[in-house]
Write a protein that binds this ligand. Sequence first.
Ligand SMILES: C[S@@+](CC[C@H](N)C(=O)[O-])C[C@H]1O[C@@H](n2cnc3c(N)ncnc32)[C@H](O)[C@@H]1O
Length: 236
Amino acid sequence: MDNERLIKSSSRVKAHGEVFTPKRIVTLMLDQPELQEPLHSLSATFLEPSAGEGAFLVELLKQKMAVALSKSTSATTYSRNCLIALSSLYGIEYLEDNVEMLVMNMITTFNQLYVQDITNFAKKPNQHVLESAKVIIRTNMAQGDTLKYVNADGKPILLSEWKQVDGKANLVQRTEYTFESIVNESGPTNTVAGETEEMDLFAGSGFFEEKPKAKLHRYKACRWTDIYKQEIENLP
Ligand SMILES: C[S@@+](CC[C@H](N)C(=O)[O-])C[C@H]1O[C@@H](n2cnc3c(N)ncnc32)[C@H](O)[C@@H]1O
């Protein structure tokens, strides 16, 4: 998004309403007073339902990583706080080339800031943090049609909740949900559900179509820095 290219082609604007938001508008919008509290909470979630190449998500990540730094007293807490902040950001984007750019922009931003700011604690970057960040980004940035709740294969869009295990600050439990269940059912608490109220207004023709059942995984609770292992729980 460096050179502020806001339009790729007129046919894409016509077909998908693809016009990217200029950085100064993103900054202005994120400066709104009602966003300051969630922006200063590492775990308060944000969902961008038409994420493009990440104009909003990249800026949200920058701001949340600054908060992570301000709340950290060691390389260990900084690493964990960065992953908690990252895991709170979700994006859905229809066009596959945009999803690729979105994932790349998020990975680049996370890596640059983490590698730069870990030096505040006189430590080298932990490769497991960088690998775990990639898994979180590839999981939270989903390709799909937000209005129909399905991806390009016609399968339900899946999102994962990353929840700290009660009483154990260094452990996280990852749980998969269909995006549709988050929007239309109670979904997990204090997660993307609260950020998607306007979805119902726009849910259109695909709403009542029969959709294939999703196979949901339950992952083993693990340390934040072991997320990259993606160990699945063996259910009986
Ligand atoms: C106006 S652009 C905004 C992109 C980004 N939010 C920004 O501010 O730069 C809208 C984006 O939504 C995507 N889009 C259009 N219809 C969609 C749908 N049904 N589900 C998910 N994404 C969609 C387009 O591909 C495009 O990237």
